[in-house]
Design a protein around this ligand. Structure first.
Ligand SMILES: [Zn+2]
Length: 220
């Protein structure tokens, strides 16, 4: 069992499209992005994820990851594939061909907390099918939009057979855990703040406190 720290990126560089409310906060400059990659390339306990399937995943993240021999998982919105400034099918396959992973971020970028059964079906099953048809292989992992979930969403994710489900609950995780807490990288972050975040997360006491808090959240 190994303790890991998951980071989540969204868009990188200058946005080429109108951003959703609050999205600016998770859009990071290319300079800060590259400095964070340089930091984590020597930290094998840090795992990288990218949400939303922005076009910067292939234009900026892909070459930077290859250059540093880093791997990452990209959580794509099935309903946004082919939209302007998002990944298209060809781009998604190019990430896979580079040895990176593709996961599911749902269909329409809506919260899975308090979602109706029909919406969860569309977000998890229909969306997964659509992505699987693009990549011609199984999707194993999912990441909750906005990090939001409730007991019913988790139950449906479990029934759907996802191997790991990624949240945005901050802190560290165990690589074998089904539910994986992640730390969202914001526009205020740089290599220094992420180095502090990693160091702060390497304590067992902090970890046990967080686990009990998470358990309470899961049962709500
Ligand atoms: Zn998202």
């Amino acid at each position: 069992m190994s303790t890991i720290i998951n980071l989540t990126f969204h868009g990188i560089g200058l946005p080429q499209r109108h951003l959703e409310p609050g999205e600016q906060q998770v859009w990071i400059s290319e300079k800060n992005f590259l400095s964070i990659l340089d930091l984590v390339k020597d930290r094998p306990n840090v795992r990288l994820t990218f949400d939303d399937g922005n076009i910067s995943d292939v234009k900026l993240a892909l070459p930077a990851l290859i250059e540093r021999d880093l791997v990452a998982e990209f959580f794509v919105l099935a309903g946004f594939v082919d939209k302007p400034n998002y990944l298209n099918a060809e781009y998604i396959r190019s990430l896979l061909e580079a040895g990176l992973k593709i996961g599911l971020h749902g269909m329409n970028h809506c919260s899975w907390r308090a979602a109706k059964n029909g919406d969860l079906k569309e977000e998890l099953f229909v969306a997964r099918e659509k992505l699987q048809n693009i990549i011609n292989q199984n999707i194993k992992n999912a990441a909750c939009p906005f990090g939001e979930y409730d007991r019913r969403a988790l139950k449906t994710l479990k029934q759907a057979g996802f191997k790991h489900v990624y949240t945005s609950d901050r802190g560290n995780a165990n690589e074998n855990d089904w539910l994986q807490a992640r730390n969202t990288v914001t526009c205020d972050d740089n290599a220094k703040s992420i180095a502090e975040l990693i160091d702060n997360n390497e304590g067992m006491i902090f970890r046990s406190i967080r686990r009990s808090k998470l358990l309470a959240k899961r049962l709500r």
